[in-house]
Design a protein around this ligand. Structure first.
Ligand code: NOJ
Length: 570
């Protein structure tokens, strides 16, 4: 059996602080707001909070553009408030992960303001600078050092007049990439991480950590999209040549000095790479967030993630099963359907209309019964949905706004762009938490920084806590089941491949303990047939989202829309 570890047995809750709870009426969620809700988190049963960035930041990208790694943004409070918050968490047995954003800083970070002063400034080499390229005599070619596109539209290079050079920014132009080749950069980061550990944090979620090592020479990317100059350069910066070395150094200098939880955010990775990152013997991280299931509804094409379709269950089965199988006994999975960058899962993978409650519970069952550490993103536990604001002016996310601007420039119909935003935009997950059905959903007594979802009158925490059949109580049960049943944490996963769509069924087994998970991912009422070879003498329903007759024969039965059941077989 694999090693027992506390971080395998826990459930993590992600807080996006700007939208969680505003304590002082300025319309922005804050640390005092989190402190008010610590008992809520404890009752939910989660063991760890991942706190999205609360550091000083001009807030170009929701705080993922940091101008001081060792201080708190005044919108959120003070370091003294932070101390009260972490103490309150620890008193309740909740650990705290800080968000480590070190692929880039803000352009307002003092390192960058120094760096841009002159080519021989001691901080110049903290970032990635290149002179312009010669444009052809006939005006062909681009002056930018290469043709990489930014994740947030346009070129990944910004021209800086003062020193007549370009700097690299894989994200917004206010997020210059750090130069990890420079050992001084790395030692500054280790020092900063150790400082937070000395203040009692329990670990880190590491923003796009597999993008930190770029291929030398920064070559042009092949043209995969002929409608634009700016191309996808992932092969030159994802899982780059020195990544493992940098992570090993981080392990040596920081992570191995205590019992530090580490989860990397790693787009564009294979299971083999993740087995390497998360191997308990030779890897450096506990687990990572992979993105394959997040890309299931993307149609490869010009607008990247904005070209979308409805996901297909067979893709979810294939992808999930591969990650479950390939990492078994080799590494460890993070389990997530939701975070601050993704649309709301009930809208995306379930049904946010008639079957909102059933499908939210089904998705929770699917995720929490897998092997790995589950993540619950704020609001998921009450089945919050996507939002449709009438105009682009109501949106706040830099990625969304840049895409809108570029798409309009390219002549795409604004109505079509809004549909893409309604389906894939990050602000779907960033509307304020709906605490009650009062003004501004009980999030703030002022004017919120982004509008609340009008469905707060029916979908809110107060309602969920008053209804014993709510998604909220179902999540509490899922979280508790993981604590009580080692098979959920350590059991081997086995897809029941012969069970056809729209049903997703799998087994979990640990020694003689066996769980059977049956999920109907549709509004249909398909017939479930237990595959031959699975025998049992008794059965017990651990959890399900409909009333079930205890005597029902499960060799063959009809599932109701979005029905989920988990049986223990004897
Ligand atoms: C991933 C973060 O989750 C996202 O919110 C951010 O925009 C990018 N990394 C850049 O930091």
């Amino acid at each position: 059996m694999m090693n027992k570890k506390w971080w395998k047995e826990t459930v993590v809750y992600q807080i996006y602080p700007r939208s969680f709870r505003d304590s002082n009426g300025d319309g922005i969620g804050d640390l005092r707001g989190i402190i008010e809700k610590l008992d809520y988190l404890k009752e939910l049963g989660i063991g760890v909070v991942w706190l999205s960035p609360v550091y000083k930041s001009p807030n170009d990208d929701g705080g993922y553009d940091i101008s001081d790694y060792q201080d708190i943004l005044s919108d959120f409070g003070t370091l003294a408030d932070w101390e009260v918050m972490i103490a309150g968490m620890h008193e309740r047995g909740i650990k705290l992960l800080m968000d480590l954003v070190v692929n880039h800083t803000s352009d307002e970070h003092p390192w960058f303001t120094e760096a841009r002063k002159s080519k021989d400034n001691p901080y110049r080499d903290y970032y990635i600078w290149r002179p312009a390229r010669a444009v052809g005599p006939d005006g062909t070619g681009i002056p930018e050092p290469n043709n990489w596109g930014s994740f947030f539209s346009g070129s990944a290079w910004e021209y800086d007049q003062k020193t007549d050079e370009y700097y690299l920014h894989l994200f917004s132009r206010k997020q210059p990439d750090l130069n990890w080749e420079n050992p001084r950069v790395r030692s500054e980061i280790w020092k900063m991480m150790n400082w937070w550990l000395s203040k009692g944090v329990d670990g880190f979620r590491m923003d796009v950590i597999n993008l930190i090592s770029k291929v030398a020479g920064l070559p042009d990317a092949p043209v995969t999209d002929s409608t634009t100059t700016w191309q996808w350069g992932g092969q030159y910066f994802a899982n780059g040549p020195r990544l493992l070395e940098f992570l090993a150094e981080m392990k040596r200098e920081v992570l191995s000095r205590g019992d530090v939880f580490s989860v990397g955010e790693t787009p564009m990775v294979t299971t083999a790479e993740v087995a390497q990152f998360t191997s308990e013997e030779t890897g450096s991280l506990n687990m990572v967030f992979q993105f394959e299931h997040m890309d299931m509804d993307t149609i490869p094409g010009g607008m990247g993630k904005w070209d979308f379709k409805r996901f297909e269950l067979r893709d979810l089965k294939k992808i999930t099963s591969r990650w479950q199988d390939d990492l078994y006994d080799k590494g460890w999975n993070s389990l997530y359907l939701s975070n601050h960058d993704q649309p709301r899962p009930v809208s995306r993978f379930g049904d946010d209309g008639l079957y909102r409650v059933e499908s939210a519970k089904l998705l929770g069952t699917f995720l929490h019964m897998l092997q790995g550490t589950p993540y619950v993103y704020q609001g998921e536990e009450i089945g919050m949905t996507n939002v449709k604001f009438d105009t682009i002016d109501d949106y706040r996310d830099v990625e969304t706004m840049n895409m809108y601007r570029e798409a309009v420039k390219r002549g795409i119909d604004p109505h079509k762009i809004m549909q893409a935003i309604y389906t894939k935009g990050r602000d779907n997950a960033r509307t304020p938490i709906q605490w009650d059905d009062g003004p501004q959903a009980g999030f703030t007594s002022g004017t919120p920084w982004i509008k609340v979802n009008p469905n707060c009158t029916t979908i809110n925490v107060a309602q969920s806590q008053a209804d014993p059949d709510s998604i909220y109580f179902y999540y509490r049960k899922l979280i508790q089941l993981r604590k009580d049943n080692p098979v959920i944490v350590y059991g081997k996963y086995d897809l029941l491949a012969s069970v056809g769509d729209p049903i997703y069924a799998y087994m979990r087994a640990l020694d003689n303990d066996r769980l059977l998970v049956i999920l109907n991912f549709s509004t249909d009422q398909p017939l479930f047939k237990l595959p031959g070879g699975i025998t049992y003498t008794g059965k017990h329903l651990l959890i399900g989202n409909y009333p079930v007759d205890a005597d029902e024969d499960i060799n063959e039965f009809t599932l109701r829309p979005y029905e989920a059941r988990v049986y223990r077989l004897a």
